[in-house]
Design a protein around this ligand. Structure first.
Ligand code: NAI
Length: 344
């Protein structure tokens, strides 16, 4: 079975070759991202394996379909870059719902600690034998209130980590988990009460710019904002304004609204064209990592193993795959739970 693998990075190859070889799968690794121009590279392949910044819009889906591709295998949890509605009836779509929620939750905490204890500054100072402590004053996490938006797999692990630090946790979720012991509040209350806000919900039409200028204005002065979910959950221009106005105390971003042309690439030595990103990075209280939260050995192995199993179960068992996404019921999550057979 041939699989066209788009947006390949060196760290993807060993785990996919290992698990793919066990199932007799042949990967054609392409460094290029999937888009309308590159979709023909998948001609003759049964599946296309894509990542978060590949474009899988209606035109790309139609071109893949015309080239004989039957399955789009996302090697990510998020699927906001795929027009699932358009794919319905043409190409089946599978994803990796959980590969290591710990990797992302732990990265969120790593960013938070780095930021509020100024570790990123201290590291550079001591390398230059500057042992001054001036300007490195942080604050204790113990006793602070953290507001968690989205209490799914990653959000809940992040909550457990925060509780371990003695923080008070409040949360907002559109679908609160019953009997979870989580103290759910309205989004407004979360904005008003939180010292730290961490976003762990998916990007949808509804959650786009969930944190905008109006939301930031309702937050506590000095709030720390963490985003390890999807860039467009936060209006980056409003974030910058909030930082300049000293309303936001710090921001830790593993994702950025316009990341697709920048993240995952070595652009050192180039002129960065994105003024907004450059300005954010220039701020002393902003830390940016380039969609790195998932990147642990454990996660990479789980991603490869689950993706290979997704592809195999789709082709081996009449298309029934637990990790398929579709609009059969108009609700992807419910559809996944209720499905007893392939989606179409
Ligand atoms: P999940 O599906 O387990 O949890 C998402 C939660 O968000 C659910 O509890 C759901 O009810 C809630 N939600 C849905 N709509 C909402 C809304 N309108 N308002 C508030 N809450 C809402 O997903 P998981 O695995 O916890 O992942 C969360 C997000 O993390 C993913 O959507 C993905 O975008 C991002 N992610 C980022 C990675 C990175 O490397 N930076 C890696 C993996 C995931």
């Amino acid at each position: 079975m041939k699989v066209a693998f788009f947006d390949t990075k060196p760290y993807d190859v060993p785990s996919f070759e290992k698990y793919g070889a066990q199932k007799g799968m042949e990967f054609k690794f392409y460094e290029t991202k999937l888009n309308e121009d590159t979709a023909p590279l998948a001609d003759g392949c049964e599946a296309a394996c894509v990542f978060v910044n590949d474009t899988v819009n209606a035109a790309v889906i139609d071109r893949l379909h015309a080239g004989g591709v039957k399955l789009i295998a996302l090697r990510s949890a998020g699927y906001n870059n795929v027009d699932i509605e358009h794919a319905f009836g043409k190409i089946h779509v599978v994803h990796v719902p959980a590969y290591s929620p710990y990797s992302v939750a732990e990265h969120a905490m790593a960013l938070l600690l780095t930021s509020i204890r100024r570790i990123h500054k201290a590291y550079i100072r001591t390398r230059e034998f500057n042992f001054s402590l001036n300007g490195l004053t942080g604050f204790d996490l113990h006793g602070k209130t953290v507001g968690v938006i989205g209490t799914g797999k990653i959000g809940r692990i992040f909550i457990d980590i925060c509780r371990g630090f003695g923080m008070k946790v409040i949360a907002y979720d559109k679908f609160p988990a019953p009997d979870s012991g989580i103290d759910y509040v309205s989004l407004d209350e979360l904005f008003a009460r939180s010292d730290i806000i961490s976003v762990h919900c998916p990007l949808t039409a509804e959650t786009r710019h969930l944190i905008d200028g109006a939301a930031i204005a309702r937050m506590k002065k000095g709030v720390v904002i963490l985003n390890t979910s999807r860039g467009a959950l936060i209006d980056a221009e409003a974030l910058l304004e909030g930082i300049k106005a000293r309303q936001i105390g710090a921001a830790c971003l593993d994702v950025y609204e316009e990341e697709s042309d920048v993240f995952f690439r070595d652009l050192s030595g180039h002129i960065l064209g994105d003024d907004l990103l450059a300005r954010l990075i220039s701020m002393p209280n902003v830390i940016v990592t380039s969609h790195q939260a998932f990147l642990t050995e454990d996660a990479l192995n789980n991603i490869a193993e689950t993706t290979v199993n997704n592809i195999c179960s789709y082709f081996d068992h009449d298309g029934l795959c637990d990790n398929e996404l579709c609009y059969r019921c108009g609700n992807i999550e419910r559809c996944k739970k209720e499905r007893k057979q392939r989606c179409f």
